[in-house]
Design a protein. Structure first.
Ligand SMILES: Cc1ncc(C[n+]2csc(CCOP(=O)(O)OP(=O)(O)O)c2C)c(N)n1
Length: 349
């Protein structure tokens, strides 16, 4: 397919800047994980930058975005400060969730980035809820819900698409088809590998985009959002992409060959877009180096910020957790500050 025309140079440059920032951020996050600065899991989206930036840039500021555990890039693209994203990875107080969420649970309410979810497919019903709220309140806001090819096999996929079509909700479901659900390839986990066709039986039309091409992803997502917003019906977009790194940091990658990875790397979205911008005179090569240098500097600053931020105080452990009353801890929690273990039945009003 012929390349779609580039957007105006200043727009294209900003896309390249954001994609570069995500790449450099993810690389450094991986290094920090290896140095045990990051606890829990860490899922990198290196290789998926065009899918992230192309789709997020199609959103209005008032639209909602919801993603998965692989969502540092989504937060960055939505405008969350890199310092606060890195501090969250470090489990520090200045993180976006005050260090309580970690890598899998980014969240930025003012920017309408509704997270970061560890449960595969768990974000689809939530997205339908957001779209229902927008509809109910009579706004023109839409929701973009991103999930992986593996998640398309979850029951929540069918349940949510059915309801969204029935209630004509303004939501775009984007399946980020990076070819694998952990160590299981698309061909091994799915009978129908044209994932964009999966919604048809539920009344959700599908379109496909090249998720390695930021321009194609942007244009396709814009059209899907337009339909969702104006025609009041959900759309399923399949973005074809690839993750260059393992599923998470602990992945021996025995399910794919080095040759396959190398083949996809030839289509590295950052390199191909950067080279195209230079070839078409939008961003000279020298300026691309400058963009890269600035991204590295920003990430350096984010690491210093995260290092300097304090860990949450131990006594804040029970802050913001679900409780049954104003003062009373839930029966399932053990309040170490209390004299005895509280199980609810012996707690007064
Ligand atoms: C309900 C549920 N089942 C299983 C898991 C374990 N798990 C974590 S990631 C993952 C693979 C999901 O793959 P995909 O949806 O393609 O997303 P990707 O990791 O490729 O971005 C699985 C099975 C989980 N987190 N939640």
């Amino acid at each position: 397919m012929a390349d779609r025309p580039l957007p105006p140079p200043e727009v294209a440059r900003e896309w390249l800047e954001t994609m570069t920032l995500i790449r450099r951020f993810e690389e450094r996050a991986g290094e920090m994980y290896a140095k045990a600065k990051v606890g829990g899991f860490l899922h990198l989206a290196i290789g998926e930058e065009a899918t992230i930036v192309g789709s997020v840039r199609a959103l209005r500021e008032t639209d909602y975005l919801i993603s998965t555990y692989r969502s540092h890039g989504h937060a960055l693209a939505r405008g969350t400060e890199p310092e606060r994203v890195m501090a969250e990875l470090f489990g520090k107080e200045d993180g976006v969730c005050r260090g309580r969420g970690g890598s899998m649970h980014m969240f930025d309410l003012p920017r309408r980035f509704m997270g970061g979810y560890g449960i595969v497919g768990g974000n689809l019903p939530l997205a339908a809820g957001m779209a229902l709220a927008c509809d109910y309140l009579g706004t023109e806001d839409a929701t973009l819900c991103q999930f992986g090819d593996g998640a398309a096999n979850q029951g929540t996929f069918g349940e949510t698409l059915n309801l969204a079509a029935l209630w004509r909700l303004p939501v775009v479901f984007m399946v980020t088809n990076n070819q694998f659900g952990m160590g299981t390839s698309l061909e091994r986990h799915s009978a129908v590998t044209d994932l964009f066709k999966r919604g048809e039986g539920y009344g959700v039309p599908g379109i496909r985009c090249d998720g390695m091409d930021v321009v194609d992803t942007y244009e396709t997502t814009c059209e899907a959002l337009r339909q969702a917003r104006e025609e009041r019906r959900p759309v399923l977009v399949e973005a074809i992409t690839y993750r260059f790194r393992g599923h998470s940091m602990a992945d021996p990658e025995e399910y794919r060959t080095k040759e396959q990875v190398e083949q996809w790397r030839q289509r590295d979205p950052l390199t191909t877009f950067g080279e195209r911008l230079s070839a078409e005179g939008a961003v000279p090569e020298q300026e691309r180096e400058e963009i890269d240098r600035r991204a590295i500097e920003t990430v350096d600053g984010a690491v210093l910020f995260a290092e300097a931020s304090p860990f949450p105080a131990p006594e804040s452990l029970y802050d913001d957790v679900y409780v049954l009353g104003d003062q009373v801890q839930g029966w399932y929690s053990i309040d170490e500050r209390a004299a005895g273990v509280q199980r609810g039945e012996d707690i007064g009003p």
